[in-house]
Design a protein around this ligand. Structure first.
Ligand SMILES: CC(C)(COP(=O)(O)OP(=O)(O)OC[C@H]1O[C@@H](n2cnc3c(N)ncnc32)[C@H](O)[C@@H]1OP(=O)(O)O)[C@@H](O)C(=O)NCCC(=O)NCCS
Length: 157
């Protein structure tokens, strides 16, 4: 079964919320922020939050949210990337990241910044960014809380 990636539609919100809620790794406040960004994206491209949705077969399998980093000329933040547990390791995140990169390259290119945590729960995310060629740019010790470092990946497109 192949992955298809498309733009966000208003009817996607319940499925994306379900993906976030099912993901035990996200705290309630993180889910709330992720949904806020989806709502901003639904409000229009000018919001600065863009979402692409991946489908595997007829099912919504994951999504990516990214957008221009304020006060930069051509730097973008990858804000959120989630794939449902039952759809993992089938190239869904890779397809979403490639779709984001294709979109940004079409807009003239630039750089992508990704922030993630050093904790065990984000190990798959770190492996993914490394597999996609995102160099680790820096680590801020104890950023989120003691023992939970911030890791920043930064890729030039
Ligand atoms: C991180 C996440 C998005 C990866 O999604 P995915 O669709 O399973 O990833 P892919 O199948 O596209 O993986 C692409 C490559 O990344 C690496 N990778 C992804 N998940 C991995 C894991 N659990 N362990 C080791 N490597 C992994 C592999 O190199 C993989 O290629 P391969 O399967 O050919 O070996 C998914 O695990 C997830 O949603 N996790 C919870 C939410 C999260 O942490 N999001 C990111 C921070 S907001």
């Amino acid at each position: 079964m192949s992955v298809t990636v498309r733009t966000l539609a208003p009817g996607d919100r319940p499925a994306l919320k379900a993906l976030l809620m099912a993901e035990g790794a996200f705290r309630d406040d993180e889910v709330a922020v992720a949904l806020e960004l989806i709502d901003e994206a639904l409000a229009g491209a000018d919001s600065g939050y863009w979402v692409r949705v991946a489908e595997l077969g007829a099912e919504v399998a994951g999504y990516i949210c990214y957008g221009p980093t304020p006060m930069t000329e051509a730097t973008y933040d990858l804000y959120w990337l989630v794939v449902g547990a039952q759809f993992r390791r089938r190239g869904v995140a890779r397809a979403l990241a490639r779709a984001m990169e294709g979109d940004l390259s079409a807009r003239g290119g630039g750089s992508v910044r990704v922030e993630t945590s050093d904790t065990e729960g984000y190990g798959a995310a770190r492996r993914l960014y490394e597999a996609l060629g995102y160099p680790m740019a820096c680590r801020l010790a104890d950023f989120y809380r003691p023992g939970d470092d911030l890791i920043i990946y930064y890729k030039r497109l």
